[in-house]
Design a binder for this molecule. Structure first.
Ligand code: NAI
Length: 488
């Protein structure tokens, strides 16, 4: 096989293919680039040998299979070309047209593009059916996922051959249709966008949002992750998905992020983004909680997994005495000393209070997946309500974080939007449910796939949260996927 482009991705792909036993030619337009990249790879593999992670024999054999070539015509005999050059449609098109003049008509042409249309790259080829996307994630040797992207003219057998090849290389392959952002870069947009929207309306601080999403099981919060990726890179992916979708307002980039980019506050690489680096996020300051009244009455309302979790926590608190249950209530949550705390159904606290004719009440977010995790809540009513609500959540074992009274709070809102985007991707035939789950777990290390969350939260609740967001903000952003509506 031939890898074109001896950059970070191209050499990663060459390494993985050579490890699997393929002879790999590597070509780069910059003179000596392929030679130098091979030397760099040899150095980094030598370090793995020193650490005992690979044997010297394996490394030697692997390197012997990688051959830098000075001209494309030196690799005219190959059966597969994987391209990982500059992200530019015109340059990629002309490269593939040139390659087509050199290789046999049976040679498969694969592109590692992360944002361009595979259909468009194939346009102008004599045999466009052999063109396919083989989208790896960085760093290639460590990241398990490969999106196998079929364009309009890609032959199904070509897609399947590349799928099987990726699996043979030890990767998990998922099929995707060539659409903006493919699977991962599309479904992940709300993870950043909802946090940026909450920041824009000053609903919470970056360190609070990060702690809340970490509490939900994400390895990193959105702010620290954007600081790591670089705001310029993250903003440009968002912009390209927005533009490629004919400026669908659902994908509108954020003014908060544009400001950071324009100011050169790009994150870790410039020493400043949401946080100063290398220090990173300041420690989370929990909302003040005090001791609860001694003989406070606890009642757990509603039924289902969340009500059961709350009942278990209350029973522990009461020294093993079973919690009082009000299973016929049409809401899930707890009532302590007359204060009701409802798990969010999307409606902001003020609206729940109005609908239920309550003066004081609180809503809380999805329960953390992580023991002792941060839990967002919002209140209406007297000033002391927030302290009492914080005390209740603290007593139940969570770190209470008071945020503004926004629909769907933080985690429910973010997760509902991830599910909504995944549902649209399935509706549009971009991927399957299983493909979306695998892609998000392996491509961006999510603790669960979007459809796992759908099962956990239940369709009705996800749709209710989206409706509440739509009712509050109007416009296209929170429109509910027909796939979800249909299922409800
Ligand atoms: P890079 O800048 O590290 O490497 C690109 C290499 O291609 C350079 O060595 C350059 O000299 C060479 N090159 C440029 N034009 C060429 C041409 N016409 N013929 C032969 N060689 C040429 O870039 P990187 O990060 O490896 O990205 C390559 C491709 O992979 C891009 O399409 C990018 O969108 C995609 N990609 C990048 C990811 C990343 O995280 N960096 C992740 C997934 C995909």
């Amino acid at each position: 096989m031939l890898v074109v482009g001896a950059g970070i991705m191209g050499m990663g792909i060459a390494q993985v293919a050579a490890l699997a036993g393929h002879n790999v030619s590597v070509f780069d337009t910059r003179a000596e680039a392929a030679e130098q990249a091979k030397q760099k790879l040899a150095d980094s593999l030598a370090a793995l040998v020193t650490k005992g992670k690979m044997t010297a024999e394996v490394v030697q054999a692997l390197l012997a299979r990688i051959t830098p070539v000075a001209q494309l015509s030196d690799a005219a005999h190959v059966g597969l070309v994987v391209e990982a050059i500059v992200e530019n449609l015109a340059v990629k098109r002309s490269l593939f047209q040139e390659i087509e003049g050199l290789v046999s008509e049976y040679c498969i042409l694969a592109t590692n593009t992360s944002s361009l249309s595979v259909t468009a790259i194939a346009n102008g080829l004599k045999y466009p059916a052999r063109m396919v996307g083989m989208h790896f994630f960085n760093p290639v040797p460590l990241m398990k996922l490969v999106e196998v992207v079929s364009g309009l003219q890609t032959d199904a057998a070509v897609g399947q051959a590349i799928f099987d090849l990726a699996e043979a290389w030890g990767k998990t392959a998922v099929h995707a249709r060539s659409t903006p952002g493919f699977i991962v870069n599309r479904i992940a947009r709300p993870f950043y966008a909802e946090t940026l929207a909450l920041l824009q309306e000053q609903a919470a601080q970056p360190a609070q949002l990060d702690a809340l999403l970490r509490g939900a099981g994400f390895r990193m919060g959105p702010c620290e992750l954007m600081d790591l990726i670089g705001h310029d890179t993250n903003f440009s992916v968002t912009q390209s998905v927005f533009e490629a979708n004919f400026f669908d307002r659902r994908f509108t980039p954020s003014l908060v992020q544009r400001e950071l980019v324009e100011g050169g506050l790009l994150g870790r690489k410039t020493g400043r983004g949401f946080y100063s680096h290398p220090e990173g996020a300041p420690a989370l300051v929990a909302t003040h909680a005090s001791a609860l009244p001694a003989n406070a009455q606890w009642v757990v309302h509603g039924i289902g997994a969340v009500a059961d979790t709350l009942a278990t926590a209350v029973s522990q608190l009461l020294g093993g005495k079973a919690a009082s249950r009000a299973t016929s209530s049409n809401w899930v949550g707890v009532e302590v000393a007359g204060l009701q705390l409802h798990q969010t159904d999307g409606r902001p606290a003020w609206q729940v209070a109005q609908d239920a004719r309550l003066k004081d009440m609180a809503v809380f977010d999805e329960l953390p997946a992580v023991a002792g995790g941060a839990l967002a809540f919002a209140c209406v009513g007297r000033e002391e309500t927030s302290e009492l609500a914080a005390s209740v959540l603290h007593a139940l074992g969570y770190v209470p974080v008071l945020v503004s009274d926004t629909p769907g709070l933080v985690v429910a809102r973010t997760v509902a939007m991830l599910v909504n985007e995944a549902a649209d991707a399935v509706l549009q035939g971009v991927c399957t449910l299983e493909g979306a789950n695998a892609a998000m777990k392996l491509g961006v290390n999510y603790p669960a796939g979007p459809f796992d969350w759908l099962d956990r939260m239940g369709r009705a609740r996800v749709v209710a949260v989206l409706h509440a967001l739509d009712a509050c903000y109007r416009g296209e952003r929170y429109r509910v996927s027909p796939w979800l509506q249909r299922a409800v």
